[in-house]
Structure formats: C-alpha cells, structure tokens
Design a protein around this ligand. Structure first.
Ligand SMILES: Cc1ncc(COP(=O)(O)O)c(C=O)c1O
Length: 484
C-alpha cells in the first residue's frame, strides 16, 4: 500500500478508500473469514442449515443475494428496521450529519442533537417520563436502568420473569429468564429473583419484603411472543407502587411501532394514562444503521443518581449521544410519523396474522397463531395422531428446537423467506419483519407457510427429511465432545 505524500500544493493527500471495490473483491469470503476469525460455530450452523447466502443488498422488507434473488426478511436484523432496510430519508439524514462536519462527541460540552432527540422521545412516550439517558446497546441501557432503580430505592433486589430477555451484558444477563444464556457465566448479580410471566400472585410474593428495587418486564416477551393478560402491566405497576419498587418496562424490541402502537404498553389493557417508572428502548431507534438505546425515566428517579454536580457523570458511556445515532433516531421518528408506519404495522400485521390463522386452522400440529402488529408467532404442538407423534417425539429427542428448524429451512430454501425460532426449546416461529412489509408480501408469507406446514403433516415428507438431516448433523457435532 502506498503512503500518501503531500499534494503538489503542499496539502496532505489521503489515498481514497474504496469500500465497494473491497466488497466486490472479497465480499464472497464472508463465510471463511467468519470461520477463521469471528465465530466458527456460527459459521458451521449457517452452513448446515443453508443460511449462508451471500447477501449483497437490502431494501425495505427485502434482502438480495449475489444471484439477484430476493428474500422476504421476517427477521429484520432482530427487529431493528422500523422504516425498512436502507430507508432513503434515514440514510440521507446520516449523510447530512457527516457533511455538516458536526462537533461530534464534545465530551465535556453540550451535544446539539441529543437534546432534540430526547425531547422527541419524551413527547411520544407514555405518561410523564421527562429525563433520558442515552447508550448504544439494549443490554447496556438495561444495566443503566437497574442502576438508576437501585440508586433511587436504595434497595438491591431485581425481579424478572421466566423467559425474559433483556440482553447479555452481565447486569441484563442476571435478569435473563432463559438459562441457556446464563450457563457458565456466573456468578451474576446477587439479589435477583425469577418469577413466572403474567403471574401477579408471584409478583406480589416477590415484592412482599419491600426490598425490591425494580421489577423488569417486557410488555410482550420476545422469546416465545408471550402476551400477558390485558390488565397485567397496570396491576403489576400498582403492586410495585404499593411495595416501593420501580417498574422498568423493556420496550427494546416492542417499542417504536413494532406492535402497531408506538409502544406496546399503549394497547388497551394498560390504558392511555398508564406509564412505567423507567422505559427502555433501542433497536428501531438506530434507524437500522447506528446502534442507539435510551432509558426514559421519572424526574425523581433520574435526580437520585445525578444528585449533585459531583455526581453528574456517575452513569455515562462514550458513544451514547454520538451525532450519527442521534440523527438516525430523529430521522427514524420523522419517518414513522411521515409515512404512518405505526398504523401500517397495525394494519398489515393484523392482516398477516388473520390470514395465517385462517390458512393454518385445523392442522393438528398448529397450536396457535398470535401476536400484535408485526410481532407474530406461529406455535406448533404435539400432534394427536400416532404416526405424526412418533416423528414429533423423535425430532424433539434429538433437539427441542429441531421441529421449527425443519420448518424454517424449506421456508428459506423453497420460498426465500427468512424466519427464526423464537427461543431455545420452543416450538414457536417468530416473524418480526421491517414494518414496511406490504400486503402482497404478507400473502407470499401465508402461501409459503401454508405449503410448508401442510407438508410437515405428511409423515416422511420433506420437512421430516430435513429434520432428520439436521438431527444427524447435530449428533455428529456432539460426538467428539462426548468422547472427550
Ligand atoms: C426485549 C429485549 N431487551 C433487550 C435486548 C438486548 O438488546 P441488545 O442486543 O442491543 O443488547 C433485546 C435484544 O434482542 C430485546 O429483545
């Protein structure tokens, strides 16, 4: 590589960096590089299940591979694309932020965009949550929320739900109700307690000693797409208030339109006037571009941590208020409003859910189709007929998520629809596409599910073959470990 020398005019001259050229020369090496340097186990999974497509472009609700094939993206980068992939307005806002040579990250100084985004978030948030703390990742924001709650209450304990997912930083992991994620990373935070989701009696029991700082909960659980009873949040907040605990609402996945309301807690169960004590958002706030998260909270909760000038930076991070993230957040909120994306998510999501439920009705392995807006679950269950039950048991003995994997594969390979299992040991497929999904896309998804799920009701059909193949691959991978 040549070292740039001064230009004839004496100005330093940087050699151009050619990203498109780099990708065109080496983009096809993504999988071997992942194997070598990033995550060989993940590379092996992608190869085994045939999810090693060479994607070269994303647009709206679609991904495109290097053969020009289009995929409907029902995973949406784990629910970050409210406005769709590469939304031109959000992209342009980030470009503008760069072209303006903004005084990014002044450190000790006033960031110009953070206050504007905070003001917007406070305006759309439920109730009165006037203070905003910015961070970059969801887990990082959850950790901060736990600290704010502990500082305010002077109490140690955090209560969380079975199957809860709040991230994998050590604080958030300590409140993770999926034990697969916790194993081998302990000891985690002390003074945490897991209770069943949607169970007020257990919550009251956990709060009884008045030593709980916070109850942290998702309005709809991401792992499994579990929807609580209509008045669960309202009554949980009442219990928290009675026992002096704060309610931290994790809307990292559900917030900013995902469920067909700006926030999932605004669905009618809780009521318009309901509000948590702390509200955590992330994912879609990024515009699908720049990692960004925020904790909105009551004035007094914020003031307990930042109680004096000496304490003004007790909770902080380097990148939270960076200008590109703030510009992406402001542009995302603009797009949600301007294109009525929240209303669209409610409409298309309702249409997709109803069509799926109607087409899959009566199939003995389909247990439930549920969700809100564009957060939809298709849950399978043990079949009644003897022959199917034998196949079902065999796959579950090999691996408890295998049945869904066997459905997901033909959805990808035969129909080019990218989906995911909704968590470990679950027979649930989750759809969280970009919120710009169209009715025509929804029709395609319904057709693909109908064909694939019907095929798995024919024993010995392609789905079972795929299941057996995956099961064999899983056993093969386990073999050397067992020997050792
Ligand atoms: C509800 C919820 N909370 C927290 C997180 C963690 O966010 P991050 O992966 O940005 O740390 C996630 C991520 O999937 C989530 O869905």
């Amino acid at each position: 590589m040549s070292v740039p020398g001064p230009s004839p005019a004496g100005e330093p001259r940087a050699s151009a960096f050619d990203l498109a050229g780099l990708l065109s020369a080496r983009g096809h090496e993504a999988l071997p590089l992942m194997d070598r340097h990033v995550n060989p186990a993940m590379a092996a999974v992608l190869r085994t299940i045939g999810f090693d497509q060479n994607y070269v472009r994303g647009e709206g609700a679609y991904l495109f591979d290097n053969q020009g094939r289009r995929y409907i993206d029902c995973l949406g980068g784990y629910a970050v694309f409210a406005g769709g992939r590469n939304h031109p307005v959000i992209r342009d806002a980030i470009r503008q932020a760069m072209d303006l040579n903004l005084p990014n990250l002044p450190g000790v100084g006033t960031p110009r965009l953070a206050g504007l985004l905070a003001e917007e978030l406070v305006r759309i948030a439920p109730g009165d949550l006037p203070k905003v703390y910015f961070a970059s990742g969801g887990g990082e924001a959850v950790d901060a929320a736990i600290k704010f709650a502990r500082a305010f209450t002077g109490r140690p304990k955090v209560v969380f739900c079975h199957r809860a997912y709040h991230g994998l930083t050590v604080g958030a992991l300590s409140a993770n109700g999926n034990h697969e994620f916790r194993e081998s990373f302990g000891p985690l935070l002390e003074h945490t307690r897991e209770i069943p989701f949607n169970d007020l009696r257990s919550l009251e029991h956990a709060l009884f000693d008045d030593d709980v700082a916070a109850f942290i909960v998702e309005p709809i659980q991401g792992k499994g797409v579990n929807i609580p009873d209509r008045d669960y949040l309202r009554r949980a907040k009442d219990l928290c208030r009675k026992h002096g605990a704060l309610l931290i609402l994790d809307e990292i996945q559900t917030g900013l339109g995902r469920t067909g309301r700006m926030f999932a807690c605004q669905h009618d169960g809780a009521g318009e006037s309901w509000q948590p004590d702390l509200l955590v958002i992330a994912k879609a706030l990024s515009g699908g571009y720049i990692p960004s998260s925020a904790v909105l909270m009551r004035d007094d909760v914020h003031a307990a941590t930042f109680a004096s000038m000496q304490q003004c930076s007790r909770i902080q991070n380097t990148f939270g208020m960076n200008d590109l993230a703030m510009a992406a957040g402001l542009a995302t909120l603009h797009v949600l409003r301007d294109e009525r994306i929240v209303e669209h998510a409610a409409e298309v999501g309702g249409y997709l859910r109803e069509r799926l439920a109607a087409r899959l009705a009566g199939l003995e392995m389909v247990k439930d189709v549920r969700g809100r807006g564009l957060m939809i679950a298709i849950e399978f269950g043990r079949p009644a007929s003897l022959a199917l039950r034998a196949g079902w048991s065999l796959l579950h003995k090999l691996d408890e998520s295998l049945f869904c994997q066997a459905v997901i594969l033909p959805l990808m390979n035969d129909h080019r629809i990218l989906t995911q299992v909704a968590g470990h040991r679950l027979d649930v497929i989750k759809l969280i596409p970009p919120l710009v999904l169209s009715r025509a896309d929804a029709d395609e998804i319904v057709e693909a599910f109908d064909r694939t799920v019907r095929a798995c009701h024919r024993l010995g059909g392609p789905v079972w073959e795929v299941g057996k193949k995956l099961g064999a691959a899983a056993m093969k991978r386990l073999a050397p470990a067992r020997k050792g």
